[in-house]
Design a protein around this ligand. Sequence first.
Ligand SMILES: [Ca+2]
Ligand SMILES: [Ca+2]
Length: 352
Amino acid sequence: MKNQNLFYLLSLLTVFTFFSCEEDPIVTDPTEMEEMEMEMEMEEMLVVDFQPSASKINEGETITFESSVQGNPSSYSWTFEGGTPSTSDESNPQVTFNTFGNHKISLVISRDSDATSATIEKEIVVCPGAGMVAYFPLDGNALDQSGNNFDGSITGATNIENYNGEADSAMDFDGDDYIETSTMIDDQLKEGATFSTWINVKEMGSEWSRFITNYSGSSPGGNCLERVGFIASITEDAGIRITYASDGNDFVGRISSPNTIAINQWHHITCLWRGEFESSSFEIYIDGQRADSEDFEDGLVNCGGLLESPLPFNFGRGFCAAGECGFFTGSIDEVRIYDRPLSEDEIAILAQ
Ligand SMILES: [Ca+2]
Ligand SMILES: [Ca+2]
């Protein structure tokens, strides 16, 4: 009787073990397994991020926003301040920006199953594009990205990191280097002009060192027809000066900044001309702030209007044939030339 009971008990255990192995639902049922995995996935927290194809663009440019998400969202909801379109439900939308400024971009991803969402907001900088005659990003080359193809050629200047610390995104000039643009630009500047650039001055020259100029001192004696052009330069005492010159020291108008800029430090410089040949028509901005209260001078020569320089714009030097090289020692980035005087708001955006 005792043996019979033992046998019965062992049989039961065997049957139980057999069934417990065969019917283990976690290991053997593929449908249930998928369902459980899906449940686990649905519980993963929503995480959202995105990258614009460029964080600083010009008015009129179209860029792509690429989202990166975790947690299987069921919808995307973008808002583009100042953008066309102004909203999107795509995962990687393309957007055009037609107004300058700092524009907020937000992306909300949502999940219907558990009514959760995640949000991220970033900002892009849209630089003024209206009236842009030439734009040289100087990212390893001297190409004009304005669409006007005033491409430059590089003599001696080398790649260096820019004001954002990005490698090979600016040009370095060591005292005998320059970039010469390919076509005359100043015939397009009859109504006014703005010259905008980042500079990092490494050494003061004994003469005006020139970062943007098309001044031609091509003939002795000089007159309005042969010695004309703009000069954006560093003064001997580390100020900034903008001049329209017609004959050596006889300039049609010029102005200087009273405050000096720091050596070995990036500064944004804007020099503009309001279309009249008098000193009050010239303005200088350093790091987005107006800085032109000194050295107002009306020149002795009145040319009666903008006369086209026979030279293309050069960056990093003046006109050597006239003995006015004025080489610039330091780095230059993002040279922009506009055919109109920009507003203070526009200049503040460029200086970011
Ligand atoms: Ca050199
Ligand atoms: Ca650059």
